[in-house]
Write a new protein. Structure first.
Length: 616
């Protein structure tokens, strides 16, 4: 089934071609030639999903192939046109080349590790092979598949049951319609029977979603080049591609980092001061891939408001642009909530986060009973402090401290698998470890360094504190801050990591990247705790072709590391363009911002506690 790996690459290429045509012909005034390639897959993603939605709604599935044919013809015609906007920027071209190399290497690593784990832990079906590798359960792996199958069969919710006791409207549908587009285009079967799927189509589906999630690198590259220059962008892309958590989350086929990709492009456009309507559309696309980005959309809206009064970027946001962004964004995202209300969805996931109910409990129990049981389980004081408890858990890597505490008491208990599990769990639940555990000290240093710059308090309030408080108040479950759900924290922490390291010597950068690579290697190969408990591998289990798969993974990991070091070599550190602190006393400025943040947190939790009184 090796052709499915290539077919998935072809699908992403076609999606990018479609997006390129639309971006060139319709969005060129907002997206310049240097950034056009980064935007093409995101625009193509939206276009393909919309066409699939229209084709299913009108029962004219031929429209998918017709649309693809027209886009290809337009692309060929465009090739023969003189491209006056073609870029000659050496740094832009080299960054694009490196990003594509990292993306393809990451894809090769995913294929290699899948084959390795399948050889060591053979399973009855491929969804269980993916479970053994990533720890992602089949329902989460296959959610987009079942959405696509539901639509292809022209079923209607709630008259027709969705997937067992799951709710069709637990997650927005862009991923499902995007999957449907390419399954129809390539005539692949969309069927399922008790987690049994057509083998060839299943392989394509997994490879396709590996690549879709890997497109996150195309969101990081232009944004970090805009923020930190060429060196910072290379460092950001390489750090992400070699991260163990990023690898395992993506290889599970979850619709996670693919949702962050359009959002990062929207932030890039915001910094450029272009296309408020396109920014809103990209934010909506991000939400329609996965709903967990909603708190960050609220924070991004607040940042837009702040930029109308303070020079957070190169120019103030005009009132007309702010109104355009708000109206389009609210209309596009609000349409989902209107639809959910209209069809009468019970949304079990909502009750899971709000009231700790089982994932399907809301489908079979009255909502009033779920709410009553939740408040009977918690006292007023414990419920009031729940947000604070989750906030602390998201900042302090308690798992790491517990591991070293146990190692100090029982040195003989040292196991590589325990270290690997600690690495993964720490990255999953402590958002400040999102890049890696070894990066945590540098991330803290980058945070305090960022606080010394002008207007950084307002940016941190918008991008970090507001979404975090929303999550803390809404996600009333243990470990509400789980990075695979709130994956946009990765980009924020990556910003702090790069801001601290970007002007360091090449040797320091190379050591930092190598440390992330080694940590990722340990986590991916040896951890017995991923999203679900699984088995890592030991060297004595690798035999025959397994060494080829392992060698392929290690070789591609080394390619990213070496290529990043070579790209950084010869380029001097960029001049620090951060705005100097407003006062000479940096510690006083940092302390003031920290105190202000803590006061906002305390006030929010206090108001929440008073709100909780009405239930007791």
């Amino acid at each position: 089934m090796r052709e499915m790996e290539l077919l998935a690459l072809l699908a992403i290429s076609l999606m990018s071609v479609i997006g390129w045509v639309i971006t060139t012909e319709c969005l060129a005034r907002w997206v310049d030639a240097k950034a056009r390639f980064y935007f093409a897959p995101a625009v193509g993603m939206c276009a393909c999903a919309i066409i699939a939605y229209v084709a299913v709604g009108t029962k004219q599935m031929w429209a998918i192939r017709a649309f693809t044919f027209v886009a290809l013809v337009a692309f060929v015609i465009g090739i023969f046109k003189k491209q006056s906007g073609a870029t000659t920027d050496t740094h832009a071209w080299r960054l694009l080349r490196f990003t594509l190399l990292a993306l393809l290497c990451l894809y090769g690593m995913q294929i290699s590790l899948f084959l390795l784990f399948r050889a060591i832990y053979p399973a009855t079906h491929e969804v269980w092979n993916i479970l053994n590798l990533s720890g992602v359960s089949p329902p989460d792996q296959m959610f987009a598949w079942h959405q696509a199958m539901f639509a292809a069969l022209h079923r209607h919710y709630p008259q027709d049951p969705f997937y067992g006791e799951m709710d069709l409207y637990d997650r927005p549908h862009l991923g499902g319609y995007l999957t449907l587009f390419f399954f129809q285009l390539f005539h692949l079967p969309l069927k399922e029977n008790h987690f049994i799927y057509p083998a060839v189509a299943l392989r394509f589906y997994h490879c396709f979603w590996w690549l879709l999630n890997n497109l996150y690198l195309l969101g990081i590259a232009p944004l970090f080049q805009r923020l930190f220059g060429y060196r910072g962008a290379i460092l950001a892309v390489a750090s992400t591609a070699m991260s163990g958590f990023f690898f395992l989350c993506n290889v599970g086929g979850w619709m996670k980092f693919a949702s962050a990709y359009p959002f990062l492009l929207a932030v890039f456009l915001f910094l450029e001061g272009r296309g408020p309507v396109l920014q809103a559309a990209l934010c909506a696309a991000s939400y329609y891939v996965h709903g967990s980005v909603l708190p960050f959309l609220a924070g991004f809206g607040m940042l837009q408001i702040f930029s109308s009064f303070y020079p957070i970027r190169s120019s103030l946001t005009r009132a007309r642009d702010l109104i355009s962004f708000a109206l389009v964004g609210v209309a596009l995202v609000g349409a989902w909530f209107v639809t959910v209300w209209w069809v009468g969805s019970k949304q079990p996931l909502l009750y899971y986060y709000l009231y700790g109910a089982d994932l399907t409990q809301a489908q079979i129990e009255p909502a009033a009973e779920i709410v009553k049981a939740f408040y009977a389980k918690h006292s007023w004081s414990s419920l009031s402090l729940f947000p604070l408890h989750n906030l602390v858990q998201s900042i302090v890597p308690f798992q790491l401290f517990a591991y070293f505490s146990g190692l100090f008491r029982f040195p003989a208990s040292l196991k590589l698998s325990d270290l690997a599990a600690t690495i993964f769990v720490s990255q999953r639940f402590c958002v400040w470890c999102a890049v890696s555990l070894v990066a945590f000290p540098a991330v803290l240093a980058g945070f305090f360094r960022t606080l010394t710059t002008r207007y950084s308090g307002r940016v941190i309030l918008s991008i970090y504190l507001v979404p975090t408080l929303i999550v803390a108040l809404v996600y009333r479950i243990e470990w509400g801050f789980s990075l695979h759900i709130i994956c946009l924290y990765h980009a924020a922490v990556l910003f702090l990591w790069v801001s601290f390291l970007k002007n360091k010597r090449l040797l320091v950068l190379s050591v930092g990247l190598a440390a992330i690579a080694v940590e990722g290697l340990i986590c991916v190969l040896s951890s017995n705790m991923r999203f679900l408990p699984v088995n890592g591998i030991h060297l004595n289990q690798v035999t025959g072709t397994g060494f080829l798969y392992l060698g392929g993974y290690l070789g591609l990991l080394a390619v990213i590391l070496v290529a990043a070091s070579l790209e950084l070599h010869g380029f001097p550190p960029d001049n620090d363009q951060s705005v100097p602190a407003a006062t000479g006393n940096r510690w006083l400025l940092v302390s003031g911002k920290l105190v202000a943040g803590l006061m906002i947190v305390a006030l929010t939790i206090g108001i929440y506690s008073l709100y909780c009184l009405r239930f007791y």
